[in-house]
Write a protein that binds this ligand. Structure first.
Ligand SMILES: Cc1cc2nc3c(=O)[nH]c(=O)nc-3n(C[C@H](O)[C@H](O)[C@H](O)COP(=O)(O)O)c2cc1C
Length: 267
């Protein structure tokens, strides 16, 4: 068993999680079963990772967070620059920040312009436009929010900025002078964090929306001006029974994104 996983393991088995996670080879995993407490294969961690949008309030220990982050730092980076900077919050500091932002949203504010960076290109084209629309539609349908329901959208935005109830909020920043290469390095680091969380029976939600609140986050966390807030990430134990966590996104088939040359035909 991994350090920090024990308490989560016992609780999740007792809770008898109802949701099955289906692996690509057809086998299934109960997120709450003892399977989530043993070291996982990379394939299992990848296939069971999903964006979790409802968490239980079960605490996550500082040792678990330290172990995830220090192991994730084994991620490769161009020139071994290790360009990632992380701020991890739990308890009162997290609550204070969430309440601050939720109050701003309730007062009608939706961001702190100017944006640190654009989350998407301004003219997103196909097939990306449709993929983005489907991900949003499936998510809102699962929680009964109609396309033309702004108040429902605002409520979901508030949940987004409350880390979906997760006990831990992570923030990732990068030096402003860094270029595409270092952003790619940060992406590898982020995925490493998410897979290591799975190995410990935990789930995550990467949250680009936090970049919209860069001023407040910078001020409350003491992030230097020299650094750009890239995203947040929720970390904790999944509420497997919540309808929003039943949503599974799809992926384009291999032929749509990969070209293989010189190999034997697929079996
Ligand atoms: C950098 C990044 C930022 C994201 N920001 C948000 C966000 O602010 N809110 C949200 O609900 N999901 C966010 N997501 C989750 C994506 O919508 C999700 O990864 C995608 O739809 C694929 O679904 P999956 O993660 O369940 O496989 C983000 C994902 C990434 C990688």
């Amino acid at each position: 068993m991994l350090p920090g996983a024990g308490m989560i393991c016992v609780k999740r088995v007792a809770a008898k999680a109802r949701t099955l996670r289906i692996m690509s080879d057809g086998t299934s995993l109960h997120p709450g079963s003892s399977l989530s407490c043993r070291p996982m294969s990379v394939t299992e961690a990848l296939e069971t990772r999903m964006t979790c949008r409802a968490f239980r309030d079960t605490p996550v220990s500082g040792d678990t967070v330290r172990s995830i982050l220090s192991t994730a730092a084994r991620a490769p980076s161009s020139g071994n620059l290790q360009p990632w900077r992380v701020w991890a919050l739990t308890g009162d500091p997290l609550l204070k920040l969430e309440q601050h932002i939720v109050a701003k949203i309730a007062a009608g504010q939706l961001a702190e312009p100017p944006a640190e960076y654009l989350l998407y290109p301004e003219n997103l084209e196909e097939p990306y436009l449709s993929r983005r629309a489907k991900a949003g539609e499936d998510m809102y349908r699962a929680i009964g929010i109609e396309r033309n329901d702004p108040s429902g959208w605002i409520e979901q935005f508030k949940r987004n900025m409350s880390f979906f109830g997760a006990p831990v909020g992570l923030f990732f920043a990068i030096d402003r002078t860094f270029l595409q290469g270092q952003w790619a390095d940060l992406g590898i680091f982020l995925q490493s964090v998410m897979l290591l969380a799975r190995e410990r029976g935990l789930d995550t939600a990467p949250l680009g929306a936090w970049s919209l609140w860069h001023r407040t986050v910078r001020e409350m966390l003491g992030i230097p001006e020299s650094h750009l807030l890239v995203c947040g990430m929720a970390l904790g134990e999944m509420d497997d029974a919540h309808p929003i966590n039943q949503v599974r996104t799809t992926r384009a088939p291999l032929e749509e994104f990969a070209v293989l040359q010189g190999f034997e035909p697929s079996a």
